[in-house]
Design a protein around this ligand. Structure first.
Ligand SMILES: Cc1cc2nc3c(=O)[nH]c(=O)nc-3n(C[C@H](O)[C@H](O)[C@H](O)COP(=O)(O)OP(=O)(O)OC[C@H]3O[C@@H](n4cnc5c(N)ncnc54)[C@H](O)[C@@H]3O)c2cc1C
Ligand SMILES: NC(=O)c1ccc[n+]([C@@H]2O[C@H](COP(=O)([O-])OP(=O)(O)OC[C@H]3O[C@@H](n4cnc5c(N)ncnc54)[C@H](O)[C@@H]3O)[C@@H](O)[C@H]2O)c1
Length: 453
């Protein structure tokens, strides 16, 4: 069957659905294609389900911190199956809700894997779709590792689908996924949790001093973090796996029941046959200009994890880019440029580690022009109150303007404090102006003023 549209969106996640909605609201004939359930990674396989797991394990963390401070409990444990049911109670109704909200706007939905035909039409199962414009919002998936036995490696989605506590689990890579999920595993009752990181540093985008503290905390919890570990091969014997890796101690092995990929994600564009519509790509995705339009085919736009932009693959970034796609499509010209405000980022460990703006490394070349303040805050009231040993901040301020250039936070409340500081940065507030804001006391936000001189 042949169908003709004004716009076809490929991918029903954060970067796709909002563009479909905006154009449909303008009276466009819009189609959207999704090969999995409608809703995308963040809602169904990423941010949201992960934080439901986190909510349960926060209980374990709180009990551990407060057990000799008056909180008496019987040995707390996580019932993984129930935790999984709790998570499913949130995500299961979502695809239908997303589909209904799209249908209400008259958007036609297609279920299946999209691939361009050589004549420029889009094939989805038996449907052939033609369109004036295409928006590629296909997201990202785990990169190939090029390791012997990599077929045994499972994904973050598999982890979120587990119904039972993993007993011996190894995470490949020392980034967001590995740290968040390793802590969930450990607090969830796993006996042996290992992170194998290829380089000498983990959580590379975050402040090194705070990361060192997070590593110490994770090791104290019993997570084995192996640095400079280059995996040679993965072998399966009956129900267990042996990973052989080169480490500073020589050839080493770890035996486990489950291996999870946390070694980075790359754009989902390989199977789209983008050559057929002359769309230039790199390893990082569709090459777009500052209007989110393909540099080689003006009828194609892209945003989110599928687009090769300079920004990290995060949900707020997908949202910013998608908004620009919709505005330029509706304007029918390149009218709106993508500009990124300061974007906060959080690793949802306990305690969380957060960042916004420049790092100390970014300002290395202009040390005389900036004020860097680093302080451990375990003795501050907010950390004492919840008995958190691991808490600290580093702030970077421009000496001349007294405006905030960057903030790095570890500790209880970091994920919310970073939002307040992001607001200050994006509003161009000086330190004095930020300090003049009144916050409820005692609260994590009320600590912010003491992070700046
Ligand atoms: C485990 C995990 C945790 C995360 N946690 C956070 C977090 O806490 N905070 C944060 O900001 N970010 C987080 N992220 C990143 C965030 O989820 C992504 O940046 C965001 O979802 C990207 O949105 P998107 O619309 O570009 O892609 P997606 O949401 O991935 O949507 C793309 C959709 O396209 C579909 N698709 C792909 N190819 C085709 C095809 N050929 N045909 C049809 N459909 C196709 C896919 O099935 C998918 O549903 C996390 C990611 C993961 C994996
Ligand atoms: N809280 C959040 O915002 C959040 C959470 C999860 C995922 N995400 C998004 O998803 C992306 C993917 O997450 P991720 O954790 O997979 O990647 P990541 O980019 O955060 O970290 C990957 C790490 O794996 C290491 N690595 C790569 N290949 C390796 C190998 N063969 N052996 C050992 N180590 C190896 C890298 O050096 C790097 O440190 C993130 O970059 C982020 O954009 C965000």
């Amino acid at each position: 069957m042949k169908n003709k549209f004004d716009l076809i969106v490929i991918g029903a996640g954060s970067a796709g659905t909002s563009v479909a909605r905006s154009c449909a609201a303008e009276g466009w004939k819009v189609g959207i294609v999704e090969e999995l359930k409608y809703g995308g990674t963040c809602m169904l396989r990423g941010c949201d389900p992960k934080k439901m797991f986190l909510a349960v394990t926060e209980g374990i963390d709180a009990i551990e911190r407060m057990s000799d401070k008056g909180l008496t409990t019987i040995e707390p444990t996580v019932n993984w199956k129930k935790m999984s049911e709790f998570k499913n109670s949130f995500i299961e109704p979502m695809p239908e809700r997303v589909e209904n909200s799209l249908k209400r706007l008259g958007i036609e939905e297609f279920h299946g894997k999209a691939r361009f035909n050589d004549d420029g039409s889009l094939q989805v199962g038996d449907d052939v779709l033609e369109s004036e414009y295409f928006h590629i919002a296909t997201g990202a998936s785990p990169i190939q590792l090029g390791i012997e036995g990599e077929e045994h490696v499972k994904t973050s989605t598999d982890f979120l689908d587990l119904n039972n506590t993993p007993e011996r689990i190894v995470f490949i890579g020392g980034g967001f996924i590995s740290f968040e999920f390793a802590q969930i595993s450990k607090r969830g009752g796993a006996d042996q949790v290992t992170i194998l990181q290829r380089g000498e540093k983990v959580l590379n985008q975050f402040d090194a001093d705070l990361v060192d503290m997070q590593v110490e905390k994770s090791r104290e919890m019993g997570i084995d973090i192996q640095l400079n570990s280059v995996i040679q091969k993965i072998e399966k014997k009956e129900h267990e796996y042996t990973i052989t890796y080169n480490s500073p101690n020589g050839l080493s092995h770890v035996v486990c029941d489950l291996i999870i990929h946390g070694a980075g994600r790359g754009a989902n564009i390989q199977d789209l046959n983008l050559e057929a519509i002359n769309v230039a790509t790199t390893r990082k995705g569709v090459v777009v200009n500052e209007f989110q339009r393909s540099i080689s085919n003006p009828k194609v736009f892209s945003a989110g994890d599928a687009a090769d932009t300079s920004k990290p693959n995060l949900t707020p970034v997908a949202g910013i880019e998608a908004k620009i796609v919709a505005k330029n499509l509706i304007a029918k010209e390149d009218k709106y440029k993508t500009t990124y405000p300061a974007i906060p980022s959080v690793v949802y460990t306990l305690p969380p580690i957060a960042k916004v703006g420049l790092t100390e490394k970014d300002v290395e070349q202009r040390k005389d022009e900036v004020k860097v303040k680093f302080k451990k805050t375990h003795q501050w009231y907010s950390s004492v109150r919840v008995n958190e040993k691991y808490s600290a901040f580093k702030t970077i301020v421009d000496k001349k303007t007294n405006k905030i250039l960057g903030a790095h936070l570890l500790g209880p409340g970091a994920e919310e404090q970073v939002n307040v500081i992001t607001m200050a940065i994006n509003q161009g507030l000086t330190v004095e102006e930020l300090k003049a804001i009144v916050f409820a006391y005692p609260s994590y936000s009320s600590d912010i003023k003491y992070m700046f001189d």
